[in-house]
Design a protein around this ligand. Sequence first.
Ligand code: HAM
Length: 462
Amino acid sequence: MIPQRQTRENAADPAPARDRDQINVSKKNEPIQSVKGTRDLLPAESPLWQRVEDEARKIFEAYNFREIRTPVLEQTALFARSVGSDTDIVTKEMYTFEDRDSGSLTLRPEATASVVRAYIEHSLYNEPGIQKLYYFGPMFRRERPQKGRYRQFYQIGAEVLGSDHPAIDAEVLEMLVLLLEHLGLKEFRLLVNSVGCSRCRPEYLKVLRKALDEVKTRLCEDCQRRATTNPLRVLDCKVEADQSIIEGLPKIIDHLCPECRQHFDSVTMDLQQRGVTFEIVPRLVRGLDYYTRTTFEITSGLLGAQNALLGGGRYDGLSEMLGGPPAPGFGFAIGQDRLVLTVEASATLVPAQPLAVYIAWMGEGARHEATLLASGLRRQGIGTEISYQPVKLKKALGAASRLQARYAIIIGEEEIASGNYQVKDMGTGEQQSVSAGEIAAFLTEKLREPLPAPQGGVAGEK
Ligand code: HAM
């Protein structure tokens, strides 16, 4: 073994004695539960999560996006500067702690800021053309947990950096709608708006502030505060009693500068030409401060209170805010937990993923051949499970059926002597003898056949 040099990364860095005393080991033997707002995704749920990820990857790559993976830990200043120091995310929801030697760190509440940081840090702007990047991963927000809202949740997102062309906005929205359609979703609404730019928004904010001065005492406590600190956020208020008052406030879309107006008109016209259905919602402002011009959300009625399936928009000044060169950007993040819930609720097809082969061997003499066969099949990508101890045939077939194996291969002393294994189709019960040398090719061919439909439904239908 190569001796490892002691570097700061690998040097033992024990917690100071005081910290160690403070670590609560709780009562010995008491089961330790997962943290509130986090959850385990168990194997039964994985096929749907994987299906959603596979489909997203396929579609993103068809639109020439490439994957980027950034750390879950970032410097706190990254989010304070980009998401905004007065947003709910930054003031109330971030998991922030003082690291021993790196200052204030935060578990990322979103990934757009991280992607733009990486774009600047690695000078991706020097590469030719625009950057089209996508990511999957966990995000962390200390919100009140409920169905569809977690403290660790997962996003599937994409960002386009390096152009403010309205065709990018339309193309990305077309890609999103295509993804949802491929996942079998039908009932969703694409809501779009424009929040203007650094030239027209301050003018609109003046008008909005003035209008708010007249009504703010009738608004909820949060909105009274927002009316001074971040008046745009008033438009996003969900308190029922405030709604009729907010409806009467001036709309940002009526106060866009000519460039923003033209940009928005080009986006909406392009969407129409692509056949993408959308609604203009002038109150759609979103909860992050970096947005400029186009903002959007897709909602689903199948989600209940937390109905935002995904959201995003344009952020043309973010790169400069983070110390980079001008690099207009546009992107989105899908709440993967919510997407999976929606796909489940709309009962679309989920491919069943039964095991391909179960190898049952009988008698110590068969162990070696059975083990080699399992290795060989696995090398060829055929999903294989094997008993670890010799078993009786009946028990072995019981195990194969519990694991939903499509085929069971039976290897006993007789099979070893003849060089032919018994292959049992677990669906039909048919059994046939196949020579050891041909078994992989035989199974590959058989496994290409679609699964027979179970009684009363389509194979794999949930
Ligand atoms: P966001 O609207 O904060 O935008 O989050 C995007 C999506 O993440 C939401 O629509 C929702 O589906 C999901 N989500 C947010 N919070 C939670 C939670 N606590 N539990 C479950 N799901 C949640 C962003 O994060 C921006 N970075 C999107 C973006 C990318 N804009 C431009 N590029």
